[in-house]
Design a protein around this ligand. Structure first.
Ligand SMILES: C[S@@+](CC[C@H](N)C(=O)[O-])C[C@H]1O[C@@H](n2cnc3c(N)ncnc32)[C@H](O)[C@@H]1O
Length: 229
């Protein structure tokens, strides 16, 4: 379902407003939100790297972002879009969708590209398989998911990713070590298993890995590429 509401801009400075909104959603839906603060600028810029680094600099690209939340990575994407590029964002949380709708309409970074941006209120795997994307950026909290859920989502990404296209996704450093100390055993074991599933895809398709320490909390990013054949 594409969102069509038209919220007005908030008078609060963007970072404070977005952090407050994000924290409220994290408290209500921690499993799906998976963090307590939105991604910082350094992490957002690194996640958006393949919007800039394209195989053919003269061809437009199709971009998918799963789990944009309050939109810090989406803004980095929008700032890098070139003529003809299209950008689909998929977010199930209606509060975030309403916020993103306002961002696309009023944020100066989005205004020039707004007619090529679509927000879908859905789970990413419900978007269908009839489209193909050159760049997929995933903000999904895999550490909160089961191994089966991670497999389903990664299979979906590699179905809709065009050969030669890139998938970038992130997680937080040291969460497994922290969970080993503070989390119930079954939750720790679930995260170990979902981590193994992530690692299988990384082993198969990774082209680069980054650590972003200038983020709260510090994060890792994996960049994967779908082979041409
Ligand atoms: C860790 S937050 C990331 C938000 C934002 N990308 C950022 O970096 O600040 C995870 C986001 O994924 C969304 N999400 C969770 N499960 C999802 C799914 N199956 N499909 C799409 N989005 C999902 C959540 O609602 C939340 O907005």
């Amino acid at each position: 379902m594409a969102a069509n509401r038209d919220p007005q801009p908030s008078p609060l400075p963007g970072f404070i407003r977005d952090s407050g909104l994000f924290l409220r959603q994290a408290v209500q839906t921690f499993r799906a939100t998976g963090a307590v603060t939105p991604s910082g600028t350094a992490l957002a810029n690194s996640l958006a790297r393949y919007v800039t680094r394209r195989e053919d600099p003269n061809s437009p690209v199709t971009i998918l972002e799963a789990g944009p939340g309050t939109g810090p990575v989406s803004r980095a994407v929008a700032a890098r879009m070139r003529p003809g590029d299209t950008f689909d964002m998929v977010e199930p949380n209606p509060v975030f969708v309403e916020h993103l709708t306002g961002l696309v309409k009023h944020d100066p970074v989005f205004v020039p590209v707004a007619d090529r941006v679509t927000i879908h209120q859905a789970l990413v795997t419900d978007l269908g398989t009839d489209r193909r994307f050159d760049v997929i950026i995933s903000g999904l909290p895999f550490a909160n998911f089961t191994a089966d859920e991670v497999r389903t989502i990664m299979e979906y990404y590699f179905t809709v990713l065009r050969p030669g296209g890139h998938l970038s996704f992130f997680g937080y450093l040291y969460t497994k070590q922290v969970k080993a100390v503070i989390a119930p055993l079954d939750d720790y074991l679930r995260q170990v298993q979902s981590g193994w599933e992530v690692q299988k895809w990384v082993n198969r398709y990774a082209v680069d890995r980054e650590h972003v320490y200038r983020n709260l909390p510090p994060a890792w990013i994996h960049h994967l590429r779908k082979p041409l054949d």
